[in-house]
Design a protein. Structure first.
Length: 443
């Protein structure tokens, strides 16, 4: 009886400790990783690195010099050589391990074994990033960082570079307008498009950028940000007036480039390879970012007159997408679907939108509209997004790369307040002055 009572006295605290660890892992994964997960994974990695690499086929035969040296100094067996491992660097979300590849290896070899490494070292996921030729970094993520999104402290933003979401490898997803001038954002209702748009608007609000919007849902999405907008169209009629004004502004900027660089006025816009960033800062016009919410509203028509207006608007949008980058005009197009069934010009316009972000969609064809032509393997990932995870999306571009991202929560009130605080940064643009939205005076 005494032994049984002693066992119960010892077992009680152990069970309580195990329950506390399980609760910590389920409710506070970041705290669990810092206190329990990281030490365990580090021990696994350090203790099994060589054997795991060998079992994954990530070792190579040693050089002749190494074989001779080992045989001359010891009697042990000469084993295959794994990539040389650097020091482990713990982070709040995982571990980073620099590796020098063995001769004949490439980063794709490690990427192909990422799932095996994940199971061997007991982490949530493993990613491979090339640092320089011959050197890669293994990024081990200890838990699902997309379940509760916390943006990293050093997100790496800057002028026309906005951190809007978190990648599944715990790095910030940057919307870089200089690198990817135009983007298409697709997603069903309540999928998280509006949250993505809020982060993008608030990120640009504090920069020297002109923001314009087309929201044919009577402005319900973009009107709260009116204090920071240089132009806002809330129906197709207003959009039909705003788009030609933007095209004229683009043409005026091309004339400015011609005059500054001595290009003949008769040179077609398509043949001008320079852009506004080559102009002196004192003469450089302010960049313009045009947000188009629910693009389908610009394509849908009911009468022949509406069809003519639609064709004109689509033509203007295509011109802006083709030529706007050099003039410092960028497009952010949002919608639930964007395919050929919308009408003439839809496919041509979509082809000009380099960046793609696909939130949860209602059918596979919608995902193919966003990702099928740039990263077919990402279509399945987009279709697998669960409704209970709003803000989760698949982001890709025409390079073929893609990743899962999730936007952190940002309330509409906070986003609108940020736009009111930065209302004094609205630049003077005579071409857009007729479309300046009316902003109610707050009490």
């Amino acid at each position: 009886m005494s032994d049984l009572s002693t066992l119960m006295e010892v077992g009680g605290p152990i069970a309580g400790l195990g329950g506390g660890v399980a609760y910590l892992r389920a409710r506070h994964p970041a705290a669990y990783w810092s206190t329990v997960g990281m030490p365990l994974s580090s021990v696994r990695l350090l203790g099994s690195y060589g054997s795991v690499m060998e079992s994954c086929g990530l070792t190579v035969e040693p050089s002749r010099l190494r074989v001779l040296a080992v045989r001359a100094t010891t009697r042990r067996e000469v084993r295959p050589v794994p990539p040389r491992r650097g020091l482990l660097r713990p982070t709040s979300t995982g571990l980073r391990v620099p590796l020098r590849l063995a001769p004949g290896q490439e980063p794709a070899d490690l990427a192909a074994s990422a799932e095996r490494l994940r199971h061997a070292w007991g982490v949530h996921s493993v990613y491979v990033r090339e640092i320089k030729p011959g050197v890669v970094e293994l990024r081990l993520v200890g838990f699902d960082v997309l379940r509760r999104v916390r943006m990293p402290r050093k997100a790496g933003g800057g002028f026309l570079r906005v951190p809007v979401a978190l990648r599944e490898d715990a790095t910030a997803f940057l919307r870089d307008f200089r690198a990817i001038p135009h983007e298409l954002v697709l997603g069903a209702t309540l999928s998280g498009k509006s949250m993505y748009l809020r982060h993008l608007l608030t990120g640009l609000a504090g920069q020297r950028v002109a923001l314009a919007g087309i929201d044919c849902k009577r402005g319900v999405e973009l009107a709260p940000f009116a204090p920071r907008l240089s132009a806002l169209a809330t129906d197709p009629d207003q959009a039909a007036e705003l788009l030609p004004a933007l095209v004229r502004e683009m043409e005026d900027r091309y004339d400015l480039i011609r005059a500054r660089q001595g290009i003949a006025p008769s040179t077609p816009d398509e043949d001008i390879t320079s852009d506004v960033w080559g102009l002196p800062e004192s003469e450089r016009p302010v960049p313009i970012v045009l947000f188009v919410d629910e693009i389908a509203e610009l394509f849908l028509v009911a009468t022949r007159k509406d069809e003519e207006r639609r064709d004109e608007m689509v033509t203007h949008l295509i011109r802006l997408a083709q030529l706007g980058r050099a003039a410092g005009i960028y497009l952010e197009v949002c919608g639930q679907r964007f395919g050929a069934e919308l009408g003439k010009g839809a496919t041509m316009l979509r082809a000009q939108l380099t960046g793609r972000v696909c939130h949860r969609v209602n059918d596979e064809p919608s995902a193919k509209m966003a990702l099928g032509d740039i990263a077919p393997e990402a279509v399945g990932a987009a279709c697998a997004i669960a409704p209970e995870r709003p803000g989760l999306a698949v982001a890709g571009d025409t390079s073929g790369g893609w990743s899962r991202i999730r936007t952190p929560y940002l309330s509409l009130a906070d986003a609108a307040a940020r736009c009111r605080e930065t209302a004094d940064l609205v630049p003077e643009l005579p071409a857009l002055k007729p479309f300046l939205p009316d902003v109610p005076v707050s009490d």
